[in-house]
Design a protein around this ligand. Structure first.
Ligand SMILES: O=C1O[C@H](COP(=O)(O)O)[C@@H](O)[C@H](O)[C@H]1O
Length: 251
């Protein structure tokens, strides 16, 4: 039975540092149990801050990075060298600083890559990578938007209704850049652990609605649930509209 837990940290810095530490522990535990670990990364302020914390932590050397598979939950369909690209931000924050096996880093294609500006072909190629069955990812990090999007699945958009394909092209996003590639909710729900990481008052309504049981069409992040565990990692701002009291580690 999958569990949902909420942990609220005092501030965004503590949220990022504690999540980085938690991620090291999870990867090390998974590697001890089965050899390698798979991690799905998110873009966004909190997601990238966690990677930076991990880079700057000596605990990162506890991980055997050559046995980590890296995926992304979504990507902005922009040129490879664009600062908006989630992959570029993740590389600068962490991936270029640890000894990963390049063959195990599975980025989504940029708009100047092998598929050119054909975002459907780029999304189909990522779907192909995840066949025949979407991996049961060990940990998936996901951020969210104030209107309830997660990965690049926006409220009431075609992506939120997708039931068959694990990866889709996304157009006309309300948040720039407008063209993206995203895992779909059925693919997201293949993950064993989903960690929803977000900070700031602007996310408080979406967090409260999702935890109160909102529908995933209106609040897509409500549909992000891990098969083993769904862990909400928040700061005081993003948790400020929760009515129930949750675990709050002291600083
Ligand atoms: O555009 C995106 O935004 C969300 C959330 O980002 P934030 O900076 O508002 O926290 C992120 O989860 C997603 O991966 C990204 O592409």
């Amino acid at each position: 039975m999958s569990k949902t837990e909420v942990v609220v940290y005092e501030n965004p810095d503590l949220l990022a540092a504690a999540t980085a530490a938690r991620l090291v522990t999870r990867i090390v535990d998974v590697q001890a149990a089965k050899g390698s670990a798979s991690v799905v990364l998110t873009g966004g302020g909190t997601g990238i801050a966690i990677l930076r914390e991990l880079r700057d932590s000596s605990a990162r050397d506890a991980v055997d990075w050559s046995r980590v598979d890296v995926y992304w939950g979504d990507e902005r369909f922009v040129p490879a060298d664009s600062d908006e690209r989630n992959e570029k931000q993740a590389r600068e924050a962490l991936l270029d600083h640890v000894p990963l096996d390049p063959k195990r880093v599975h980025a989504m294609a940029p708009s100047d890559g092998e598929f050119g500006d054909d975002v459907d072909a780029a999304a189909a190629a990522y779907a192909e990578l995840l066949t025949p069955e979407v991996p049961a990812f060990d940990v998936m990090l996901l951020g969210l938007g104030g209107e309830g999007h997660t990965a690049s699945i926006f409220p009431e958009s075609p992506a939120v209704y997708e039931q068959d394909r694990p990866v889709v092209a996304v157009r006309d996003c309300p948040k720039p850049p407008p063209t993206r590639i995203s895992l779909t909710l059925p693919a997201i729900r293949r993950a064993q652990d989903i960690w929803l990481v977000t900070g700031g008052d602007a996310k408080a309504d979406a967090v409260a609605q999702a935890l109160a049981g909102a529908g995933e069409v209106q609040i897509p992040v409500a549909g992000a649930r891990g098969s083993r565990r769904t862990l909400w990692l928040l700061d005081r701002g993003s948790a400020s509209k929760l009515t129930k009291v949750y675990q709050t580690p002291s600083a």
